[in-house]
Design a protein around this ligand. Structure first.
Ligand SMILES: *Cc1c(COP(=O)(O)O)cnc(C)c1O
Length: 404
């Protein structure tokens, strides 16, 4: 049974106060909080078996290597990849995207096209622009509507035999919209294009199945799903990962090195140059175990309750507008008070112990679309409560009174 009060006991940080008030943490779309089991995993690693991996014959090194490879298997199982060597452990979503964007330099020519969505995070726009600069490929954008949904009929018209790569997030971090990735993938494949899906924002809420999706690449960060910062994953179909060149040169990624010629290691090591975030990778595995034990169906059902409750309560405040009103969205509410800057609302709300995000959420093109400088964003996780939402609503009312 899903018991939020019991779950909250797992998160030591939720007991603290901010400005003399109990912390209400509603910035989960930026990073999630860390349960005690994950903290314990980190402490255990540094207390008992800290060593470099894949190198030593000594006991500690073998223990660390085994634990790291077990973590890779957990990631593989979680995303349902066919092989564990299709899982590259990276420093996070941004790193994963850059591996692909750099690798594709070799596969694109002038006039080829890359399609991205209007709902992207900057980390999903800039690497593609850089790729276009290197290759002469052209970036095309699937536009969005007022509700914050992609215009799929326009997508149809953008696709052609020039399309080599399609890139979109699974769920928008700024608005919470869940994009129809099944349809996006299928249509891209029908013109022979590869698809990369950014799952940074979806993985805290849903459990993707990369084989069922038939996606070419899928990326995510551990820190948004109860793991530590500085670690994440890149899934790639082995046919693709075999073809792509390595991203960085260094130790761990080679088979043989001489000054005349170096041959590269096989997958996944080809993409894992240097000493990785060993402890982080192991803790990533622990975070997946933790979330799977709660169950993604339970998480999604409870967060939907929070979303519906929060949407209803916030809309009762006169002059409050929500951006991103798709029927198909996760527990993110982006809003503004009429004629009041989001930064001012965020500052007052923080004085009352409530952490929300203010600004453009690394998605300036979306803000430009709505012609606003930014929004206040409250993003809920499975450890949040309706009482906390009530506290937010009271705080926003207070901010409105003080600022208007
Ligand atoms: C957070 C986020 C990223 C960037 O993740 P990092 O962990 O900072 O690399 C990319 N895309 C989306 C949709 C995100 O929410």
């Amino acid at each position: 049974m899903f018991d939020v009060h019991k779950i909250r006991e797992d998160f030591p940080i939720l007991k603290r106060e901010v400005n003399g008030k109990p912390l209400v943490y509603f910035d989960n779309a930026a990073t999630s909080q860390t349960p005690q089991v994950v903290i314990d995993t980190i402490v255990d690693y540094y207390s008992n078996y800290n060593a470099n991996i894949h190198r030593g014959v000594h006991t500690l090194s073998q223990e660390a290597t085994d634990a790291y490879e077990v973590a890779r298997k957990k990631v593989q199982q979680h995303f349902n990849a066919k092989h564990s060597h299709e899982i590259i452990l990276t420093s996070g979503t941004t790193h994963s995207i850059n591996i692909i964007a750099t690798g594709f330099t070799h596969f694109l020519a002038e006039g080829d096209e890359i399609i991205v969505s209007a709902l992207e995070h900057h980390s999903n726009i800039v690497p593609w622009q850089m790729l276009c600069d290197r290759t002469g490929a052209v970036l095309k954008v699937i536009p969005m509507n007022e509700e914050g949904e992609l215009l799929m009929d326009v997508y149809d018209t953008l696709l052609s035999d020039k399309t080599k790569l399609v890139f979109t997030n699974h769920i928008s971090n700024a608005l919470g919209t869940i994009n129809p990735i099944e349809e996006i993938i299928e249509k891209a494949h029908s013109v022979g294009a590869a698809v990369l899906i950014d799952g940074a924002q979806s993985c805290p809420h849903v459990k993707p199945d990369v084989q069922a999706l038939d996606v070419d690449f899928y990326v995510a960060s551990a820190h948004k799903l109860c793991g530590p910062t500085g670690v994440g994953m890149l899934y790639g179909k082995s046919e693709w990962l075999e073809k792509l060149p390595p991203y960085q040169g260094g130790g761990e990624m080679i088979e043989q090195v001489t000054f005349e010629k170096t041959t590269y290691a096989g997958l996944p090591h080809k993409f894992e140059a240097g000493t990785p975030n060993i402890c982080g990778g192991i803790a990533f595995g622990a975070a997946l175990d933790y979330m799977n034990a709660i169950g993604f169906d339970n998480i999604a059902a409870y967060e939907k309750e929070l979303l519906d409750y929060g949407t209803k309560k916030l809309l009762e405040i006169e002059g409050l507008k929500i951006y991103g009103t798709s029927q198909n969205k996760t527990s993110v509410i982006s809003f503004n008070l009429e004629n009041i800057h989001p930064y001012d609302v965020g500052t007052i709300v923080d004085k009352l112990g409530i952490a929300v995000r203010t600004g453009h959420h690394c998605a300036q093109p979306i803000m430009d679309f709505y012609k606003i400088p930014g929004t206040v964003r409250a993003s809920f996780s499975f450890y949040n409560t309706k009482e906390e939402i009530d506290a937010l609503v009271e705080a926003v009312k207070r901010a409105k009174m003080m600022l208007s």
